[in-house]
Design a protein around this ligand. Structure first.
Ligand code: GLA
Length: 447
């Protein structure tokens, strides 16, 4: 249990001149379905969870930011606030604070921004696919808004803040979409949210009665701003090329002027295509499983170097090319699964929802290739242990799975996993948590 009183006392002991701190919280999130589609403008269905980051903070006049954590593994970080803040080494935790503060400096056009003292603590497992990093970004942003004298909802809407922070978080070098910041700011207790992008909007759905979402940690760490960054970025970067190739075909088939800025535009943009039409367009664009740099360059009538500059950056491209056909298939099938899953949740059909979760995992593993052997084993073990749906959640490559389980069978489920996946690898009790759908980030009263 997080102890706000302790946080405030630690803050005052550490920053004795600061006066009584302000307080805020930002939850982690579990994505129930809709993985690696948000950066293409396609919908997702996450919940915020009852695990969060809390921050105690106070303004400073000298422009200095002093960031502290009560938790092990987060060393103290001091930096000077400025319109443009130089990043620390990749993977450094303060980069998330810098991202939030710089993002708001740009948004509010701050020339000589103030500083702040801030102390955080949290109980969201780190590098586990539960968005502890975006929760930190959101918590820092709420603290900094207060320091700037801005009021959430009045000076900036939650939607606008979510959009600003999604953009701002690119500072850490990960090309994420907007799901995490959106659910962390917009979530409603007891509900999942189907989130659509461009423009950002939410439709809330009450979660199932008598069933729980259970998060199981694979114990493989996947640091999105560290080692897993390149693996993660392969998705968004290769989708940029994928989209340009599909646009080229759409111009031949439908309209020579049409612009497809992101894959989601195929359905929601000027063409308003059906799934069947999108599927045919993909078939026509990707007759082969892989697309080499040369082939892509030839198709788009530019040089391989331009392909790198415009779409792929420093993404390594193997000689056989990028597996764009399967990547496109994941986008289409996952989009359909998200829409169907929301219908199933509205209709109170956990079995249908669970089957879609498992199908999503298979697509993430086989078509999108963001799983790893441990996650695959954990999904299979969970289904054996009594889950009616199981899948990786978040960026993948490690981290957690999310599982739908009858509430009554929870103990049995846990025991079964203790004796299968976790046998010999988890010390003490298995890292399995029932998560409750929580409300979005907020300010807290001082205890
Ligand atoms: C990370 C990103 C999100 C999303 C997921 C995968 O969490 O931050 O924007 O792309 O991966 O669904």
């Amino acid at each position: 249990m997080l102890n706000t009183q302790h946080l405030c006392e630690a803050f005052s002991a550490h920053f004795p001149g600061s006066g009584a701190p302000g307080l805020c919280r930002a939850p982690g999130r579990v994505n129930l379905i809709g993985e690696h589609v948000d950066y293409n403008g396609l919908p997702v269905l996450p919940i915020a969870i009852d695990r969060e980051i809390r921050a105690a903070f106070a303004a400073r006049k000298d422009g200095k930011v002093q960031l502290r954590s009560l938790d092990a593994g987060f060393p103290p970080a001091d930096f000077h606030n400025a319109r443009k803040i130089p990043p620390s080494a990749p993977g450094a935790w303060e980069n998330y604070a810098k991202a939030a503060i710089q993002g708001l400096n740009v948004l509010f056009n701050m020339e000589n921004p103030p500083g702040l003292d801030i102390m955080v603590t949290g109980d969201i497992p780190v590098a586990a696919g539960l968005s502890s990093s975006s929760a930190l970004v959101v918590a820092i942003s709420l603290a900094y808004l207060r320091v700037l004298g801005k009021t959430l909802e009045k000076d900036i809407t939650r939607i606008k803040l979510a959009e600003c922070l999604a953009e701002a978080e690119q500072y850490v070098g990960t090309r994420g979409g907007g799901m995490d910041q959106a659910i962390i700011l917009l979530a409603r207790e007891g509900h999942a949210a189907k989130i659509d992008f461009h423009p950002l909007r939410t439709a809330f759905v009450p979660t199932f009665k008598d069933y729980v979402f259970v998060v199981c940690d694979s114990l493989v760490k996947a640091r999105k701003s560290g080692g897993a960054r390149h693996a993660y970025n392969e998705g968004p970067l290769s989708c940029r090329l994928l989209c340009a190739l599909v646009e080229k075909t759409a111009r031949m088939v439908f309209d020579s002027e049409v612009e497809i800025a992101r894959l989601g535009d195929l359905w929601h943009g000027p063409l308003c295509l059906t799934d069947k039409e999108v599927s045919e367009l993909f078939e026509q664009t990707f007759p082969d499983s892989h697309v080499t740099l040369d082939k892509a360059a030839h198709r788009l009538e530019i040089t391989p170097n331009e392909i790198r500059e415009r779409f792929l950056g420093d993404l390594p491209v193997p000689a056989e090319g990028l597996p764009l056909k399967a990547r496109a298939r994941h986008q289409l099938t996952e989009y359909r699964r998200v829409e169907t899953a929301r219908d199933a949740m509205l209709a109170g059909q956990p079995d249908v929802f669970g089957a879609l979760m498992t199908a999503s995992h298979r697509s993430c593993a086989d078509d999108y290739r963001v799983s790893c052997p441990e996650l695959d084993r954990l999904v299979d073990a969970a289904l054996q242990a009594g889950a009616i749906g199981a899948r990786l959640t978040g960026a993948g490559f490690g981290g957690c799975t999310v599982n739908l389980t009858p509430a009554k069978q929870m103990l049995q489920f846990k025991e079964n996993l203790d004796n299968s996946y976790y046998r010999g690898i988890a010390h003490g009790s298995a890292p399995i948590h029932v998560v409750q759908p929580a409300s979005g980030a907020s300010y807290l009263d001082t205890p």
